[in-house]
Design a protein around this ligand. Structure first.
Ligand SMILES: [Zn+2]
Length: 712
């Protein structure tokens, strides 16, 4: 590993470079006076290190109060991907002159790179400060198109062209619209490297990675030293799993001082990938896991992949042309790198064509992540992207994916949370025609999850009212290049504004009982969460009864609340303290069916079911954990035992294999258990192997000796 530093070098120091350059540093330091023109020329000649030294001498020492100097220096850093350094310089420039338009523009460009919702406001402010600042106007056009607001993007681009009829960035925005809409050629074709870089960017945002790669290639053919375009090319190649070429492109950028965080992280990941990951391929699936957990997780992912493929092929009425690759990352940072450059991406998984990257269940706190729900979500993207040749808009592919989470199982998927309720109450949901903005340029961070929720509910609403075929028809319209207002009018026979009105009315009616009592519920739920553990511990009958009354009185107000301190949890603890096991079991089942996924609560439910002799239900409860947090060997051992007793030999085999793959504390017992499961499945040879393995570890293990005799 090379150790790619992050957030680097405001003052590029002792860079690993040639002796000749080092000499040049020396001579540069001896030069009496530097001019901004010299720095600009060196920068244009791609002599970044020398340009940097010249800027440093000039902007730090000779004219330290010159804001414009710092802005130009910052812009060079920006172009080389050193965004932290660029930000500092723009900040310093603004400290000298808060109305420095170029510095405000610099911050707008940085915000745009981060898909920060502030970018348009910053660009507009820069334009106010300097109405001739073409780049600010060009940025407004780009930002509008990133929101898929074509009308506004065209208007902003025309304004830029009115300022300068040669505006390459404005032409590139207009050309992107034509090309994205399926026109083979555009009168605005920029025919320049930077123009194709912009078009590549828009195809990337629309998840049309192959086209995006093509445009970035055109850009670097025209200008091999356009490092930002080459880096994006490398990252796109990585997304599509072409790791060897991705590595070459990114290394070339790095060696030439383009050192963005994205490039650094991608290089680190690419270099470690083959060492760290193990691959299991079947004709329809390619599963890649970290070596440490591949053997263990594979059976769970494999069977879920087979299930989701057969369900979706029927549901979406298409077969997939290629196997789907799923990469499972135990280190969330590695996963985040794979998702680079994706605005407002769902933090758990991401799909590129036929490749899915997602968190491993081991990479998240137990109970905070439902990996199977995420897998079904991402797999639906594979289908909707394939069906529309990636022409589906962001809100719709996400909406369908969210809808699928609860469609496969009502317990899966995210619940109606306080953020969503607040957004409904404050009427902050976006019109369907501009819902993409909530994903790409959220006005506030919570707008991203709220937009996922809204899109999911819209798809649920459409399915309920018009049927699933309406969703398929909409996908086919998008595939033909139609936009959202057209698709809504065509398939739902409603104006988009009327659709919004009817959808919101239905949603508001649905959440009304919760909204009506929300404030009261919050207060009482907090009181209960505080009171219940104390009452349960004290065994004080009166205190327990009082807490139970409180819990029951508020339980139905917000049934979807299953997070920490839920009413279900409190009531279950109180019932148990009162000796009411059946009531506690009932409460915990309600919790699970409402979408509760705390492993502790699910294990509590299973333990009480076993105590009550309801072993079939206990196995059902424990099996849920396999889809939420399968990392705990004890749970597999228990579930294996329950299934073996109930005659589910195949299930028991999978669970005991999982125990063995997790380095059990008692490996002899684990081999012996697996032997019993094999025997029950009439796989005597495999059973014998496992018994022998048990006896090899513990030769005096009596039950294993006995089983071996029986097998012989
Ligand atoms: Zn998604």
């Amino acid at each position: 590993m090379k150790g790619y530093p992050l957030g680097v070098r405001r003052r590029l120091k002792a860079c690993p470079t040639t002796a000749r350059t080092a000499l040049l540093f020396l001579s540069a330091a001896l030069l009496p006076a530097q001019t901004l023109q010299q720095a600009e020329t060196l920068w244009q000649q791609h002599r970044m290190l020398e340009a940097n030294e010249t800027f440093k001498a000039l902007c730090d020492r000779e004219i330290p109060q010159d804001a414009a100097c710092k802005v130009r220096w910052g812009r060079m850093y920006l172009e080389y991907g050193h965004s932290d350094d660029a930000f500092k310089l723009f900040d310093e420039a603004l400290a000298i002159d808060k109305n420095q338009a170029g510095a405000v523009l610099g911050e707008a460009l940085l915000a745009a790179d981060r898909f920060d919702g502030n970018a348009p406001a910053l660009a507009r402010r820069a334009l106010e400060l300097d109405p001739r600042l073409l780049e600010a106007q060009e940025l407004l056009a780009r930002l509008a198109l990133e929101d898929n607001d074509n009308a506004r993007a065209a208007e902003e681009a025309q304004k830029a062209l009115a300022m300068d009829s040669n505006s390459m960035a404005a032409k590139a925005v207009l050309a992107s619209m034509d090309l994205l809409a399926g026109k083979p050629e555009s009168p605005f074709d920029p025919h320049t490297a930077r123009g194709y870089e912009t078009i590549g960017h828009f195809f990337m945002l629309n998840r049309r990675y192959e086209d995006s790669i093509g445009f970035y290639r055109k850009a670097v053919e025209l200008d091999p030293q356009l490092w930002p375009a080459r880096a994006e090319l490398g990252i796109d190649l990585m997304r599509m799993g072409r790791n060897a070429e991705a590595l070459r492109q990114l290394e070339l950028c790095w060696e030439n001082h383009f050192q963005s965080k994205a490039a650094a992280n991608s290089l680190r990941l690419l270099e470690s990938f083959d060492k760290k990951f193990v691959t299991f391929a079947t004709p329809r699936t390619i599963l890649r896991f970290d070596r440490k957990e591949g053997e263990f997780l594979r059976p769970y992912f494999q069977s879920e992949m087979e299930r989701v493929l057969s369900v979706y092929e029927k549901k979406y009425k298409i077969g997939l042309a290629h196997p789907v690759q799923v990469e499972v990352y135990p280190d969330h940072e590695d996963f985040a790198v794979r998702a680079l450059g994706m605005p407002g991406f769902g933090a758990l998984g991401v799909t590129f064509g036929y490749t899915i990257a997602m968190d491993s269940p081991s990479g998240r706190p137990p109970g905070h992540f439902h990996w199977a729900s995420t897998l079904w979500h991402e797999m639906s993207h594979v289908f909707t992207l394939a069906m529309t040749d990636s022409h589906v808009p962001r809100w719709f592919t996400e909406g369908i994916a969210v809808y699928e989470e609860t469609s496969v199982n009502p317990e899966w998927g995210d619940r109606l949370g306080p953020e969503e309720l607040a957004a409904i109450r404050e009427r902050q949901l976006l019109p369907v025609a501009s819902l993409d903005r909530g994903f790409i340029h959220p006005a506030r961070p919570q707008q991203v999850p709220v937009s996922y929720f809204q899109a999911g509910r819209i798809c649920g609403y459409i399915t309920k009212r018009w049927g699933w075929d309406a969703i398929l028809a909409m996908l086919h319209d998008y595939a033909q290049g139609a936009d959202t207002p057209t698709v809504i009018r065509q398939e739902l026979k409603l104006d988009p504004a009327e659709f919004d009105r009817q959808f919101l009315a239905a949603l508001e009616a649905e959440v009304k009982p919760t909204l009506d009592h929300l404030d009261e519920w919050k207060k009482s739920a907090r009181e209960l969460a505080d009171m219940a553990p104390k009452a349960a511990q004290s065994k004080d009958r009166a205190a327990i009864e009082k807490a139970i009354q409180l819990g029951r009185s508020i339980e139905d107000w917000y049934p979807e609340y299953v997070e920490d301190g839920s009413v279900y949890e409190s009531l279950a603890a109180l019932y148990l303290a009162r000796g009411g096991r059946d009531a506690a079991i009932g409460e915990l089942w309600r919790y699970v069916r409402a979408g509760g996924r705390s492993p502790a609560q699910i294990k509590l439910l299973a333990a009480n079911l076993v105590e009550s002799g309801r072993v079939k239900e206990a196995a059902e409860a424990l099996d849920r954990l396999n889809y939420i947090y399968p990392m705990d060997p004890e749970q597999h051992q228990k579930l294996g035992g329950l299934w073996l007793d109930q005659g589910n030999a195949a299930g028991a085999i999978r669970e005991y294999q999982a125990v063995l793959a997790r380095n059990p504390l008692d490996p002899a017992q684990a081999h012996y258990d697996l032997a019993r499961a094999y025997r029950s499945n009439r796989q005597e040879d495999l059973a014998r192997n496992e018994v022998l393995a048990a006896l090899e570890i513990a030769p005096g293990f009596r039950p294993a000796q006995k089983l071996l005799l029986e097998l012989n």
